[in-house]
Design a protein around this ligand. Structure first.
Ligand code: SF4
Ligand code: SF4
Ligand code: SF4
Length: 312
């Protein structure tokens, strides 16, 4: 009998769902083994009955629940609680679900500041009234799923590599544990490194690194961080390259921005990166800011409104 799967998206951009579809032909294999009983983005299945006659939000029971996006409003909380109630195993799909993702950058500001900026400035539609009718109230901050419910499996990535989604579903169907790479992006990077002490000074953002001659393989390119480009491979979980292994951004010759989140689930990419820079002799007070080191992992209370923001 096919295993029932429910899928939900909360504070999500749908990139994680595109990654499910990006399994390509393997999706046919998955679909021969599972039955999607609920997935607002992929199928027509409604919360309050197909004809809208229900009086409470209901999601069908399923063995596996895939949830993308973090929690940002009261509706997300309600949907997430229902998913937890109805699904035996909850998979946090994507870095928004595992660590807050890009939307958790909002945690640097109070809700009033964000709403004021969106709806009360001359550059947008300045209005005296904020939208309220039919709009779920915002939660105080953007949170990862495990700040609200028990999560059984973490699949980080913005978006997660389809190879990981496929491997996780197959493992669950076979009753095996889902393993995540325990290494960092640097551990899977083929560039040339000369070792500690090579990093003297960070370049300005627009100063390009040496990429090597056109068509030259990556193992002829020098490590971007050692060239002074702020590459976050050392503090980011490996895996974005999937079966190809080579990290996706490095393959495109751009620095890692940290989208797979910290190497350990409860790590702190800002703290770890500043530590790595300082231990290489970089004066970290020369960095213009360090909030962006948490651009993918600002949930779990790691990003909070600054004193200045609170006083504003
Ligand atoms: S993890 Fe990335 S792709 Fe997935 S919902 Fe968040 S922003 Fe979109
Ligand atoms: S810092 Fe960046 S370029 Fe250097 S080894 Fe790590 S991932 Fe590769
Ligand atoms: S190299 Fe870094 S930012 Fe790029 S896809 Fe991989 S983990 Fe994400």
């Amino acid at each position: 009998m096919a295993v029932k799967v429910a899928q939900e998206w909360l504070n999500s951009c749908s990139g994680c769902e595109i990654s499910i579809v990006d399994m390509g032909e393997r999706l046919l294999e998955v679909l021969s083994l599972v039955e999607f009983v609920h997935s607002p983005v992929l199928m027509d299945h409604k919360y309050f009955g197909q004809l809208g006659g229900g009086n409470h939000l209901e999601i069908p029971e399923a063995k596996v629940g895939l949830v993308s996006g973090g929690v940002r409003n009261e509706e997300h909380l309600e949907v997430l609680a229902e998913m937890r109630k109805k699904c035996e195993v909850i998979i946090a799909l994507g870095t928004c679900a595992t660590h807050g993702g890009i939307p958790a950058l909002c945690n640097s500001y109070r809700n009033e500041e964000i709403l004021g900026r969106c709806f009360g400035t001359e550059t947008t539609d300045a209005t005296d009234a904020l939208p309220s009718e039919g709009v779920p109230p915002l939660t105080e901050r953007c949170q990862a799923l495990d700040e609200k419910i028990k999560v059984d499996v973490y699949l980080p990535g913005c978006p997660p590599n389809p190879d990981h989604i496929f491997a996780a579903l197959v493992a669950l169907l076979e009753g095996k544990p889902v393993e995540l790479p325990g290494k960092s992006v640097c551990d899977t990077c083929p560039t040339i490194r000369e070792g500690k002490g090579q990093l003297k000074k960070l370049r300005r953002f627009l100063q390009a690194p040496q990429y090597g001659a056109p068509g030259e393989p990556l193992d002829k390119m020098h490590c971007l961080l050692e060239q002074g480009i702020l590459c976050m491979g050392a503090v980011t979980r490996a895996g974005c390259g999937g079966e190809a292994v080579t990290p996706r951004c490095i393959a495109a010759r751009v620095p890692c921005r940290g989208c797979y989140g910290p190497v350990r689930q409860n790590g702190n990419q800002r703290f770890d990166m500043l530590n790595a820079l300082a231990s290489n002799g970089i004066d970290i007070s020369s960095l213009p800011e360090s909030v962006s080191l948490l651009r993918f992992s600002g949930a779990h209370n790691l990003l909070r409104p600054s004193r200045k923001s609170k006083e504003a």
